[in-house]
Design a protein around this ligand. Sequence first.
Ligand code: GLP
Length: 264
Amino acid sequence: MLVIIKNQREELEREAARIVARAVRRNPSLTLGLATGATMRGVYAELVRIHREEGLDFSDATTFNLDEYVGLPPGHPQSFRHFMMENFFRHVNVNPLNINIPDGTVRSNFDEYCASYEASIRNAGGIDLQILGIGRNGHIGFNEPASSLGSRTRLKAFSQETLDDNRKFFAAGEEMPKCAITVGIGTILEARHIVLLAAGSAKARAVARAIEGALTASCTASALQLHPDVTCIIDEEAAAELAQKDYYRRVVELTAQFTPSRLW
Ligand code: GLP
């Protein structure tokens, strides 16, 4: 894993957007794996700016989102589809036919639906670049603790920590989603390149477990240690519990000197 520590959250967002922009310029028909969440908001804002000001062209790209709540009425403002439309797709030129987000309105035959989402990823040639955030409990997508590290797209119930984290998004008394459709850890690990983003002190423990902890299903982001091409971009607050910060900085310096293409 290449660990890049940025002073400020804004720098992290710019760096992540620069990586996506460079990947799209190199291969305009690439397949992007996309995430939602507060950390991603600034990344999409910067991508929208690059699209408007520098003409970054998404018209041949295909996108697959990681996850979606199950049980919300269509168009609910907290749905990940709504998040993606408002923060990104509405402002750029991704072909709507090439946008894939798990359908949280499915009510039956989940296994069949999830298998078809996996098949769509395969038919698109697999994910070229997967962007990930991380939950406080170390989840990626909605792969909660004790998920199989070989898991595929499926229906996943939320842990108590995730239910608590999500409460702030819903009105008092409103019924909250208890589960989601999420791509699996096995699905994520098949992406060619992976970029993990984390900002803020609430993520410090999860980041340390993911990068320096044991490979364990109790922190599903630790499975990224098995992948040959992961770049973690984190801010100082999220890096606070890492034991090897100086080492990661030296690695980035030497990478810039000897294999700059690894830094995108
Ligand atoms: C949700 C999503 C994850 C995301 C996480 C972090 O749990 N399922 O994919 O990584 O939120 O979100 P935030 O950036 O808001 O902390």
